[in-house]
Write a protein that binds this ligand. Structure first.
Ligand SMILES: Cc1cc2nc3c(=O)[nH]c(=O)nc-3n(C[C@H](O)[C@H](O)[C@H](O)COP(=O)(O)OP(=O)(O)OC[C@H]3O[C@@H](n4cnc5c(N)ncnc54)[C@H](O)[C@@H]3O)c2cc1C
Ligand code: SF4
Length: 574
């Protein structure tokens, strides 16, 4: 029997960054919000003495358990998809804070080019530059329009950084100064300067000094403790939802958090949604939580899966090109470059943070002329000091045995004598990369798993070759004695990058080309807002969270306009 619960203004389906932002903004404005979260409640105290590499970085203790729920993966439609069961291949957040508790906190903005990629590419190079099977489109929002929301996210999260001279214009400086300049980073800057590029210290949510955000939440100063990405922060120094937006929502008295609440369906009536059905996973009881507005905030895989399971929107069909749900799936599959070995120099590679680093964007977006290269977009050239944890970091030159005395001696010798320069690059959507429901595999409760069909295309390899070469040259200029490039595999292996996925419920200027408008409001169901990177029509060149956060801030304005006006689309379809 399903228990029907009284209607609230807004219900969210997950309490990561997206759910937290919705809860904070709507409750501050006086609306009642119920936050449903399938995992448990977490607080900073849960992370005390958590510097256990095996538990958190290898066994992925904070993340979704893949023996209970996962997705299936195949390269092409001819293949049979298999469930991803290894925690090292797929890391998804669960529990309050979601992936936001164990993110590294590299906090980039995308470029103006990203938001108008199709028209800007055609304008400069002609339509022939875009392959027939590539599905890039403008996002239905410009950088200028999204900029105030980036600023809002950065101020809420206390982001520490300095201006990238090649990025889009900013309306405000970063709220806190950049992290310290380490000797290795100074080497990176000096070499980049000599090569004529434009280095800058990257924006970090590892906050450089004590900071109180506009909602009154205080973040502590980062201790450069090294156990950051994949870990929670025991110092309360990493911007995450459990030290920012969730306490802000709780303080209003208008927010109710329900954990262990797995949302299984979106409930609808005609062309409106009326709430969600969820199961208390401790007791098996089912509830219908009624709401005026449903905010899907369960990360792209579960956002898309809930839409497909609830038969909302037309599923994408790669044969006909018709349908929109599941279309334009992208993942940031390769963050590759090169490793440099230095015989004469020794660094402190143990100290680090999830986002301590420097970079340049001379080969990113459309910051350089693509006339003579066989690809569009590009990537950021970057070096990070993440803190080389001892089990997972054993850098040895090629031809070293992978076990025994020689391996041990060399891995100890080179631990502090290597640096890696990598490039995060854009991944663009293709007709045959998409999300759908798996016809074979089901979760613990009998619902089909989500199926990912994805493989690389020619431009991905061309972009990789070009950017790898830049990483090699950067390390040579830094004085490395030996530089070893990282190879790109021939096919995507099914090893997903740290929650860097986009698409499936994409945004755009019209219901003809998108599932949601630029307020993340579904064109077909005006009281359903699909928040998160599921709205990205392509995956930009760097980590996604500030872009996702900015779009969610904008979505909250859409929800308030909808609630205030008593209904309707915030933007009229074209
Ligand atoms: C190790 C790691 C490092 C990262 N580093 C960076 C970085 O440096 N910079 C960056 O920009 N990004 C980084 N990311 C990505 C970042 O974590 C995500 O972009 C961000 O967490 C997405 O926020 P979200 O709220 O959309 O989704 P999530 O954080 O995944 O939150 C979704 C929430 O919904 C819940 N949920 C899911 N399904 C249901 C359901 N059916 N019912 C109820 N609840 C549900 C989940 O349990 C989860 O708590 C990293 C990710 C990982 C894993
Ligand atoms: S590196 Fe800084 S932000 Fe990251 S966990 Fe350690 S103290 Fe926290």
């Amino acid at each position: 029997m399903v228990t029907v619960l009284p209607k609230v203004d807004v219900v969210t389906t997950g309490m990561g960054w997206a759910g937290g932002i919705v809860a904070a903004e709507l409750t501050k404005a006086g609306y009642n919000v119920v936050g449903l979260e399938r995992g448990e409640e977490r607080s900073v105290e849960d992370f005390l003495l958590c510097h256990d590499e095996y538990k958190y970085n290898i066994r992925k203790d904070l993340m979704q358990k893949l023996n209970k729920d996962t997705l299936t993966f195949r390269n092409t439609r001819k293949d049979e998809a298999r469930p991803v069961r290894s925690e090292s291949d797929l890391v998804l957040g669960t529990g309050t804070g979601g992936g936001g508790t164990h993110w590294g906190a590299q906090a980039y903005r995308y470029f103006p080019y990203d938001f108008e990629i199709r028209s800007k590419t055609i304008e400069r190079y002609g339509a022939g530059k875009i392959p027939d099977n590539m599905l890039i489109q403008d996002w239905g929002i410009t950088y200028e329009e999204i900029e105030p929301y980036y600023t809002k996210f950065e101020q809420m999260a206390g982001i520490s950084g300095e201006e990238d001279p090649l990025a889009g214009p900013r309306s405000a400086p970063y709220p806190t100064p950049p992290l310290l300049m380490a000797p290795q980073l100074q080497m990176f800057h000096d070499a980049a300067d000599r090569l004529g590029y434009h280095p800058y210290r990257v924006p970090a949510g590892n906050v450089s000094e004590v900071y109180t955000n506009p909602d009154g939440e205080t973040l502590n100063a980062c201790q450069y403790c090294s156990f950051c990405g994949s870990y929670g922060c025991e110092y309360g120094a990493k911007s995450d939802p459990i030290v920012t937006v969730i306490p802000t929502a709780k303080k209003t008295g208008k927010f109710e958090l329900r954990t262990h609440a797995l949302v299984t369906r979106i409930l609808k009536n005609g062309n409106k949604v009326v709430g969600v059905r969820y199961r208390d996973i401790r007791t098996g009881e089912e509830f219908d939580q009624l709401a005026d507005v449903v905010a899907l905030t369960s990360y792209i895989f579960n956002n898309v899966r809930l839409l497909l399971l609830s038969k909302i929107g037309q599923p994408y069909d790669p044969d006909t090109g018709k349908g929109i749900i599941g279309k334009n799936y992208t993942d940031h599959h390769t963050i590759l470059g090169a490793t440099g070995y230095f015989e004469e120099k020794k660094f402190n590679n143990f100290i680090g943070t999830g986002a301590w680093g420097s970079a340049y964007n001379d080969f990113n977006a459309d910051n350089f002329d693509h006339t003579n290269v066989d690809f569009i977009h590009g990537g950021q050239i970057e070096m990070h000091l993440l803190g080389n944890e001892p089990i997972t970091n054993n850098p040895v030159p090629p031809d070293t045995p992978s076990w025994g005395k020689e391996f041990k001696d060399k891995s100890i010798y080179y631990y502090n004598r290597t640096l890696s320069v990598v490039s995060q690059r854009a991944f663009l959507p293709y007709k045959d990369n998409y999300l759908s429901l798996d016809p074979v595999y089901k979760d613990d409760y009998g619902d089909p798993l989500l199926r990912v069909t994805f493989d690389y295309h020619e431009m991905d390899f061309k972009r990789h070759e070009f950017l790898s070469d830049k990483c090699v040259k950067q390390l040579e200029e830094m004085g490395a004695d030996l530089v070893v490039p990282h190879p790109m595999q021939e096919h995507f292996s099914g090893r997903f990058t740290f929650q860097h996925d986009g698409g499936g419920a994409i945004m755009g200027s019209s219901p003809k080309n998108s599932a949601v408008n630029n307020y993340s409001q579904m064109w077909d169901y005006e009281n359903l807002f699909v928040c998160g990177s599921s709205a990205f029509p392509h995956f930009g060149p760097m980590n996604p969270t500030p872009t996702m956060g900015a779009l969610t801030y904008r979505a909250t304005e859409g929800m308030m306009a909808f609630l205030k006006n008593g209904g309707g689309l915030v933007i009229q379809p074209k």
